[in-house]
Write a protein that binds this ligand. Structure first.
Ligand code: F6P
Length: 341
């Protein structure tokens, strides 16, 4: 079988191990691989390169993706969609393995369900917000980078007797903020799932100070709802707002300082989350879901996504997986609140 592999959406550590997993397992079945460059853009523009053992052998410890990525959505323009369908045919692909999050896999799901294209999905996102899989690779590494930042901020916040707000990524879901806040012992965490209660947050920070703690740490997800500045939001090909110019951390820091009188600073992790070597967890998960994707192709289980369910990796319905996002549930929100002492 001739199998095209592509990686789309925001990159994250674990993509290269996952590409390697697909190729290594696929070689067991005699597959020929082609690397489609830069996500779905590679199929719109017809940019492919052969992909063999030598290309993937040494990439297990590398962040990023050797195939490149983009946020191209071929369903935006009918002519792009027709070119993609024609290119899949003319390149002779028997299957397309797409590595991505809700958007990239949403395209794979539609190509399969609406046009019969034999696609298999591999879930990736540092946001960890894909449904039908317990974790996505990229999250552990990215959240670990956020945690390291928070640990560092604790030192300087303590020395200067300040509040520091750390803004972390996470577009529609607060998984990164929740984990960083829980693991780093933050005094308050804000996430997109729940509007910030500014009065409660500031009252809590004041009570922390009153009981003698000389600093405080707040973790803010970039997707936290804050009052809009009235400017029209810039959106990508999938209609997502670019959150980095909203400056959530800076906004919260100014509110905290104004309301409590406690000197406050803010810092942003941003794209630093997404670089660097994948953790052990992300390497193994990447390899495992990649290998499972090759097995799904062998078994002609198209329209499936290789998912981590408990400790098992198995195929789940890609249309269902991309229908809704996995957000932080209320019970976990309750748990983090119980750490506000
Ligand atoms: O979806 C992953 C993610 O890192 C989000 O957390 C973030 O909002 C977005 O990508 C940033 O996208 P870009 O790299 O296009 O700025």
């Amino acid at each position: 079988m001739k199998v095209g592999i592509l990686t789309g959406g925001g990159d994250c550590p674990g993509l290269n191990p996952a590409i390697r997993g697909v190729v290594y397992r696929g070689l067991d079945f005699g597959f020929e691989f082609v690397g489609i460059q830069e996500g779905w853009r590679g199929l719109v523009k017809g940019i492919y390169e052969p992909l063999g053992l030598r290309d993937v052998e040494e990439i297990i410890s590398q962040g990023g993706t050797i195939l490149g990525s983009s946020r191209t959505n071929p369903f935006r323009k009918e002519e792009d969609l027709q070119v993609v369908l024609a290119n899949i045919k003319s390149a002779g692909f028997d299957a397309i393995v797409a590595l991505g999050g809700e958007d990239t896999l949403g395209v794979a799901a539609k190509l399969y369900s609406q046009h019969g294209v034999p696609t298999v999905g591999v879930p990736k996102t540092m946001d960890n917000d894909l449904n039908k899989t317990d974790f996505t690779f990229g999250f552990d590494t990215a959240a670990g980078v956020g945690l390291e930042a928070l640990d560092r901020l604790r030192d300087t916040a303590k020395s200067h007797r300040r509040v520091i707000v750390l803004e972390v990524m996470g577009r529609h879901a607060g998984w990164v903020a929740w984990y960083v806040g829980m693991a780093g012992g933050a005094d308050w965490v804000t996430i997109p799932e729940e509007p910030v209660d500014m009065d409660a947050m500031c009252a809590h920070l004041e009570s922390v100070r009153a009981r003698g703690k000389k600093y405080a740490l707040v973790v803010a997800s970039e997707g936290t709802e804050i009052p809009s500045d009235g400017e029209e939001a810039v959106v990508d090909a999938f209609g997502h707002v670019n959150l980095s110019n909203r400056n959530v951390g800076e906004f919260l820091a100014s509110q905290i300082e104004a309301r409590t009188g406690w000197e406050t600073r803010s810092a942003v992790v941003g794209h630093v989350h997404r670089g660097g070597a994948p953790t052990l967890f992300d390497r193994v998960l990447g390899m495992r879901v990649g290998m499972k994707a090759a097995e799904l192709v062998r078994d002609r289980q198209f329209g499936q996504m290789a998912a981590l369910v408990g400790t098992e990796v198995k195929g789940v319905d890609i249309v269902e997986a991309t229908a809704t996002l996995k957000t932080v549930p209320t019970d976990l929100l309750g748990l983090i609140k119980s750490t506000y002492k």
